[in-house]
Write a protein that binds this ligand. Sequence first.
Ligand code: NAP
Length: 300
Amino acid sequence: MYVITGATGNTGKIVAENLLATGQKVRVVGRSAERLQGLVAKGAEAFTGSADDAAAMTQAFTGARAVYAMIPPDMKATDYRARQDRISDALSAAIAKAGVSHVVLLSSFGADKPAKTGPIVGLHVFEQKLNGISALNALYLRPGYFMENLLPQVGVVRSMGMMAGPLKGDVALPMIATRDIGEYAAGALEALKFTGKQTRELLGPRDVTMKEAAATVGAAIGKPGLSYTHAPAMMLKPAMVGMGISANVVDLILEMADSFNSGYAKALETRGPENTTPTGLDWFATNVFAPAFQGKAAGA
Ligand SMILES: NC(=O)c1ccc[n+]([C@@H]2O[C@H](COP(=O)([O-])OP(=O)(O)OC[C@H]3O[C@@H](n4cnc5c(N)ncnc54)[C@H](OP(=O)(O)O)[C@@H]3O)[C@@H](O)[C@H]2O)c1
């Protein structure tokens, strides 16, 4: 049986659905039985509990052939790093106590760095904790920048007629659709070919700048030539807090953006067939961003 944390989220849902589709036994973990219901209808067993509860997670992981582990984000956390560490403590303890032999961990590109990368530091720390469990076979997936990070731009485009954010417009980043991460993770869980501690970057089909992203998104929403502006932190911080993100999380996001802008945090693997994933930004723009934009437009 496979145990999937964050199972109602972007990547976990795809991992669970893919494993269920190939006839595997799957236990899905989340905080709400109601939100897990869709996966139960597809054959999964639901386990409700919080990722920071080591006793509950030990119960959830008991009997697992392998676990998909992740730190679920909370954009309203007042001390995001401390919350990440509580969750990675609980999940690591549960993995050790339940005697799990194989874990696929959702980490990030840049997780090789111990500091100055904002929320990615918490993923570096989680990798280190799993490194300390000697009998464990672990695959650290280090995906690039999620295309889904562009979704808050729906509101920016509506109100300002352009895209804006903390990334420099001409810095090319590996951008990946979360469904591709889920598919890769499901394949790795099913094959269980990894041994010891391994890392694997997942880089999307190609590196993309925010200026290119704006042009692609603009074409999909009927705004050709949509522009992108690299906005200063002093302007962004109040705007992001106004969107409901805690000041602490905003500071971490800005630190992460600086680490991408300077090239301090970057992909380490040479791009090749193993780390290049299929879904392009044009697909995301048409099938995810545009419907979100249209929905917002209709409701505005
Ligand atoms: N954004 C990026 O560019 C990027 C890049 C690389 C890596 N990452 C990492 O990717 C991860 C996020 O992955 P994702 O997008 O797949 O996740 P997600 O969709 O944001 O969330 C996953 C699920 O976790 C559950 N959850 C929230 N708090 C929980 C808690 N306390 N206990 C148990 N479950 C909880 C939620 O479900 P319920 O509400 O139903 O419980 C949620 O649906 C983060 O660790 C992030 O650092 C992000």
